[in-house]
Design a protein around this ligand. Structure first.
Ligand code: NAD
Length: 325
């Protein structure tokens, strides 16, 4: 297939681009590099430096695209509360422009990076796709709006649409000559921050809240290896059905507390990770654990690297070998 990957210079879009190329697809990456990295671009893919708002320049009716995989977004939940307007403008308005361009170009398949943040504070665990959607931050709301637009689009125009709702993504893609890992700046995710502390690049790690109703009082999250996540995109693309908007949660179904994550980082790196307790952050649910039963049953998706030790191990290898001076 000929595919447009938005956000292909970023962490997850970069890994999916590699897997698509390895599977023999033709890939055009569209990214404005606002948070992405030129070095992460696959040399075999065509790169267009542009905003998703201008996707119609690339997605022309004659260009022959079979599908769009849409990763481009701003992703920091905290920032989305402080500056909501840039999240609505980028994540929602930009995505609507991309969907318009895909429709005008006759693109038949669309796979979207949605998020566990659409569920907000879950009323039951594990979280299924039919759980109440009540985002507690603007980031999650901007993603839910796009999910809803895709439902309408699939029904009105026969698009084969898929939303994949990721839980916490971790790990790295490591092959000779190709290493892709997490590089957000500023970093807001627990594992890469803990690795920075282990490497002595940060003094300490702040954990927000130790009085949650969880086994050790810290928040519990579900982690998924980026390569397992990436494989689900290829399955979603292959099994997408015209006129349907299919939605899948992607996680391991295992929750790990923040303290457990820190312990694994200590074990894997062999370095101390000093921790400082800080007050709870507004809008942080106590526990987020996915039910991926639908993805297992309907996509035939099974994570190959479900353990935290594998995810932290790969993230550490990437960080140590590629980001440390
Ligand atoms: N990382 C996670 O744990 C996680 C969890 C749930 C969902 N997601 C979703 O996965 C997707 C990818 O996340 P990531 O961690 O790879 O983030 P990332 O910041 O590494 O990648 C995002 C990419 O999108 C590009 N981009 C942003 N806005 C753009 C625009 N308007 N036009 C063109 N390019 C633009 C950036 O330059 C960057 O290369 C996002 O949609 C995010 O919401 C990520």
């Amino acid at each position: 297939m000929k595919l447009l990957v938005t956000g292909g210079a970023g962490y997850i879009g970069g890994v999916v681009t590699r897997l698509l190329l390895d599977a023999g697809h033709e890939v055009v990456v569209l990214d404005d590099l606002r948070t992405g990295h030129r070095e992460a671009l696959a040399p075999e893919a065509t790169f267009v430096e542009a905003r998703i708002h201008d996707a119609a320049r690339v997605l022309t009716p004659g260009a022959g695209f079979d599908g769009v995989l849409h990763f481009a977004a701003l992703i920091a939940a905290g920032e989305s509360m402080a500056r909501p307007e840039i999240y609505w403008e980028n994540n929602t308005i930009g995505s609507l422009a991309l969907i318009d361009a895909a429709r005008a170009a006759g693109v038949r398949r669309f796979v979207f990076s949605s998020t566990a943040a659409v569920y907000g504070n879950p009323t039951e665990l594990p979280i299924t796709e039919s759980a109440v959607k009540a985002p507690t931050n603007t980031y999650g709301a901007t993603k839910l709006a796009v999910d809803m637009a895709l439902t309408s689009e699939a029904h009105a125009y026969d698009l084969a649409a898929v939303s994949l709702r990721y839980f916490n993504v971790a790990g790295a893609y490591l092959r000779p000559g190709h290493a892709l890992g997490e590089r957000h700046d500023p970093e807001s995710h627990l594992i890469p921050i803990a690795l920075q502390v282990a490497a002595g690049r940060r003094e300490k790690l702040q954990l927000f809240g130790d009085d949650y109703p969880t086994a050790d009082g810290t928040c519990v999250r579900d982690y998924i290896h980026v390569e397992d996540l990436a494989r689900a995109h290829l399955l979603a693309l292959d099994t997408a059905v015209p006129g349907e908007h299919r939605i899948f949660n992607l996680g391991n179904g295992n929750g790990f507390s923040n303290r457990e994550v820190v312990e694994v980082v200590r074990e894997v790196t062999g370095h101390p990770v000093p921790v400082e307790m800080a007050p709870r952050r507004e809008g942080d649910p106590a526990a987020l654990v996915a039910s991926s039963a639908r993805a297992h049953a309907e996509l035939g998706w099974v994570p190959a690297k479900p353990t935290l030790a594998e995810m932290v191990g790969d993230a550490w290898t990437f960080y140590r070998d590629h980001l440390l001076p």
